[in-house]
Write a protein of this length. Structure first.
Length: 224
């Protein structure tokens, strides 16, 4: 007997099976199997489907049911950000840059509302946005900047598997992040050899499996 649970996004989050040994004593025999799964607090709000299959003596039957889970997390969540920056002391600040939140899957129907209004907004080559304030005079009264942002975030299904050939034509804006640095040793022959061995015999990349393999491979690298 097997059972699996599917969340509102169509992802299987629980899959289990049990073998039950029975000695038939009559024409009809009833039995039960108990499967237990606790939904976490971060489970999505919505309809969940339960699929059950039982097989015996060459015969198989399937059934399904559904239930609604009223969780805290919806497929589209409202995100509200409020923060304050306060300058104290005395003097003049020639230029102050405040980084603004910028997330690809956030829709911003309200904001950012900024008080006082910045001198200008700058965008760097990577798409990060900054409020820029110039010639701020700070006296005995603190200079306070207030920000408010309301956004919608939709939870989507992400296909984690991509063709290996896609790595040969990466966008130019991604390439700077692949260059070696003191803490990212992408030019290490040992790391390159491990990466190459992980890709042997495959035509696609699954990022979940890559992460698991990296955790195992890291233990085999001698740190010196």
């Amino acid at each position: 007997m097997s059972v699996y649970l599917v969340n509102p996004l169509g992802i299987v989050i629980f899959d289990d099976s049990k073998n039950i040994t029975l000695t038939q004593t009559g024409i009809v025999e009833a039995f039960e199997a108990i499967f237990t799964y606790s939904l976490p607090e971060t489970a999505l709000r919505g309809y969940y489907k339960v699929y059950v299959q039982a097989s015996a003596v060459g015969t198989s039957r399937k059934t399904q049911d559904s239930f609604f889970y009223n969780g805290y997390v919806n497929r589209e969540n409202i995100v509200e950000l409020n923060w304050t920056v306060t300058l104290t002391g005395q003097g003049e600040v020639k230029e102050l840059k405040i980084a603004l939140p910028w997330i690809l899957d956030l829709k911003q129907p309200v904001g950012p509302i900024i008080s006082p209004k910045p001198s200008k907004i700058e965008v760097d080559p990577y798409g990060n946005r900054y409020d820029v304030y110039q010639n701020i005079k700070v006296t005995n009264t603190p200079f306070t900047l207030k920000f408010r942002l309301v956004a919608l975030q939709e939870i989507k299904i992400i296909n984690e598997s991509i063709p290996l050939s896609a790595l040969k034509s990466l966008p130019n804006e991604v390439k700077p992040f692949l260059k070696p640095s003191p803490y990212i040793e992408s030019d290490s022959p040992e790391i390159a050899a491990i990466a190459s061995s992980m890709l042997q015999g495959t035509t696609t990349i699954n990022f979940s499996n890559v992460g698991k393999n990296l955790n195992k491979s890291f233990m085999s690298i001698k740190l010196g």
